[in-house]
Design a protein around this ligand. Sequence first.
Ligand code: ADP
Ligand code: MG
Length: 207
Amino acid sequence: MRDAEFFRHWMTAAAAAVEREADRLTELDSPIGDADHGSNLLRGFTAVVNELEAQGPDQPGAVLQLAGRTLISTVGGASGPLYGTLLRRAGKELGEAAEVDDEQVRKALYAGVGAVAQLGGAAPGDKTMLDALVPAVAALGTSYRAAADAAENGALATVPLRARKGRASYLGERSIGHQDPGATSSALLLAALADVAEDRAGAEGRA
Ligand code: ADP
Ligand code: MG
């Protein structure tokens, strides 16, 4: 069973991964965006960790809802409302239980990814975070690590795609040949989840 602590660890590990990779995310957002994806997420996840610390929600659903609300209110770019919606919706699905099982987590994240698709109007193949998130939630039934691997492969597979949603779509054909920053950060978030599920997030993730 997974308790509030598990989801707090996920968010802490995600924040650490975003901090480690912020420069790379911003570099990916340079040729096909406005070079702010790393700084957007760094601001957002730093605020998430601070809010979780300050408010100490003690239910899994409450942790994810607070994280989602915080991303929406602190990240100006498209990714803030999208990731915020993912976590808020997943948190709502988990309800007020003190502990949830992995099947509930899978269903909650599946619903969260559906909410992202609805909000942004994108589908797999449009060269967005959904190219990582959709295969990831499909693989969650196998394991958290399978989901992380699917997200990573999905992010790599965005390189030859032409962007049809978001800022990169303004570039048309010129968006081809670049990895999507949002799909890349989604792979980081799923890898952080797998690490925490395997209790491999390390001291940093549990600090
Ligand atoms: P902005 O594009 O506003 O500068 P970010 O740079 O933080 O915001 O995030 C860009 C990422 O957001 C893209 O790489 C893409 O993955 C994702 N994104 C943008 N628009 C959409 C959308 N409509 N649906 C899903 N993801 C999107
Ligand atoms: Mg950007």
